[in-house]
Design a protein. Structure first.
Length: 202
């Protein structure tokens, strides 16, 4: 059981801004995808006899502090880190199966896949960065492993920034490549088309 849950001011501000800007009811589905992701981490820790001392929700996502009185093994900690993206993948598959082709199913699957894949990037403090640190620390001194993760984070971050700028300068490429299918009574046709395209691309 999580003993403490802390909400940072940045998280509250971001949540309020997203709620204000969310005119097509995407935020509840995104919240569900994020909750299942964090539940994956928590379940893996709990099943291995660990305990979560505090859950912090920040502007960069959820962060769990484990109770060091119940330490996990090296492999157990790595499994707990990867359980979040694993839960996201399972939710995406379930949404596709149970959604039966409905827009909401595609939307939830797309959001969950994006969340899972993004967190697997080897960038600290994402799940991928934490997993990379654990793996490198198994072969290298901790300081060397941490330096390697920082270098990887900076390099990948610079690449993502350059890619984002490139997409912005070529504005509209994604929207042009994916058909916008809005039903007369539908509200999420654009998001449905985008996430369906992402899933097929993956």
């Amino acid at each position: 059981m999580v003993r403490h849950v802390r909400l940072s001011p940045g998280f509250l501000l971001l949540a309020a801004a997203l709620a204000f800007l969310d005119g097509e009811s995407v935020l509840p589905w995104a919240a569900l995808a994020a909750a299942v992701h964090e539940l994956g981490h928590y379940t893996a820790v709990h099943l291995q006899g660990g305990a979560v001392k505090e859950l912090r929700l920040t502007i960069s996502g959820g962060e769990m502090d484990l109770d060091r009185r119940y330490p996990l093994t090296y492999s157990g900690e790595l499994l707990s880190i990867l359980a979040g993206p694993g839960a996201s993948l399972l939710l995406a598959l379930a949404a596709l199966q149970l959604g039966e082709g409905r827009e909401e199913g595609w939307l939830l699957a797309g959001l969950s896949l994006c969340l899972g894949w993004f967190n697997l990037l080897p960038v600290w403090p994402l799940d991928g960065g934490r997993a990379l640190l654990l793996i490198l620390a198994g072969f290298l001194p901790h300081d060397t492993a941490a330096a390697g993760v920082r270098a990887c984070s900076l390099a990948l971050g610079a690449g993502l920034l350059a890619g984002g700028i490139s997409l912005l300068t070529q504005g509209g490429m994604l929207a042009a490549a994916l058909p916008v299918q809005r039903k007369k009574n539908g509200k999420i046709g654009l998001h449905f088309s985008i996430f369906r395209g992402i899933i097929f691309w993956l």
